[in-house]
Design a protein. Structure first.
Lengths: 93, 147, 147, 93
């Protein structure tokens, strides 16, 4: 499933999005790709997901996120090929 | 080091990994699935994880602990998949020359693991129902009930 | 409960003794014979004890810990006789509903055991010589080397 | 080995003394009995041992002691049949 905006590839970044636990249930998917206008941040990706996916509005504005397996924030930049993880509150241990 | 397992945690193997005749104190923590006191009897917890990140983040936490307590050796494991009530899902072992560092490094590693590892749990109740469960807030040191 | 043993400490048996599905946190401490950094290589320690008092005093310490952290389960063992370098001589395990109490009860029990158990140690060096060795002072919480 | 003072039995207490580790080496014995004028304290017993046994003066004035397997002090009373333990600094763990 791909969400594309009408932009030429030179001015966009394509990232993989993974959703875990409750968020995978909300979105109905565990992974997808997302194309965003460049430069893009985590916040931009979350906004697009919330607006353009079924039940996307059920995600929080600022979910816990990781980029390439490292904890990240709403203003963290997204680069071509990055993996963005949407993570419910952690419950390890 | 493999920080994720789908099998029962092997405590003796973890202890062996930190064993060193120069390290006189070893502290271990095991976090086990509780039978539950709020929503009825829990039979098991189904742990899911962002596995690649769990490996990377646990390695980072252990490195940070060793940097803070030089000379300590620290290992940890998180079990994922279905873990029955009473069995451990998280283990951390820290060995150090003396016991104060062993306790401190173990406790610190556990707190960081609880806060940072990308793991989620779904409680499975005796009646077959399931529910996602968030962690409690980070714990502070326990005060005894009497001075 | 038998608090004294002349055989290697069985960690798994101690963990089993406190296991309880209502107790989600288990903290363990092992104090092991160090190879020694002051007077040369230590091969073993020969632990002697006032055995009747060791049993009575360890039981009292455990009772006190359980009184301070109600709901916790605490066990301990001191090995006596010749204990080779690297093997544990003291083990304490505390299980509690949550980890903060488990760590606190374990640590407290270890500190009391170190201060109150009637045990003495004679270091046996690689060259066959022996020396009585007093304990270090009680330890306070370890400060990490960086903030 | 018995240390007796010239007192009638009704005015004395007899206790068992046990010595451990270094103190057993100093005294050359692990156990003995001691007869003391009544009322007697731990301090009285230690004083008698220091004065009347070979190498007894090598014991400290106020060693760590236990009476009947409980930690005790120099002024703790000794009663007929008590077991007094003389203990070097503890080194458990």
């Amino acid at each position: 499933m791909h969400f594309r905006e009408a932009l030429s590839s030179s001015t966009t970044v394509t990232v993989t999005v993974r959703a875990f636990a409750r968020y995978a249930e909300i979105l109905g998917i565990e992974a997808t790709t997302l194309q965003l206008p460049s430069p893009a941040t985590v916040g931009d990706a979350v906004k697009l997901l919330r607006e353009s996916t079924p039940n996307g509005h059920l995600l929080p504005d600022r979910p816990l996120v990781a980029v390439n397996s490292e904890h990240a924030f709403a203003d963290s930049p997204l680069r071509e090929g990055d993996e963005l993880a949407l993570m419910p509150p952690l419950a390890g241990g | 080091m493999q920080y994720v397992t789908r099998r029962p945690i092997d405590v003796q193997a973890l202890l062996s990994q930190v064993a060193d005749p120069a390290l006189g104190g070893t502290a271990m923590f095991l976090g086990s699935v509780r039978s539950g006191d709020e929503d009825g009897p829990v039979e098991a917890i189904d742990y899911s994880a962002y596995e690649e990140m769990l490996e990377a983040e646990f390695a980072k936490i252990v490195e940070e602990s060793v940097a803070r307590w030089p000379g300590a050796r620290v290992v940890g494991t998180h079990r994922i998949g279905i873990v029955p009530t009473g069995e451990p899902s998280l283990a951390v072992v820290a060995a150090a020359p003396h016991r104060a560092e062993a306790f401190a490094a173990c406790r610190h590693t556990v707190e960081e693991a609880k806060q940072r590892l990308p793991v989620w749990k779904k409680e499975i109740f005796a009646d077959g129902t399931e529910a996602w469960r968030d962690n409690d807030q980070p714990e502070t040191d326990a005060k005894p009930t009497s001075a």
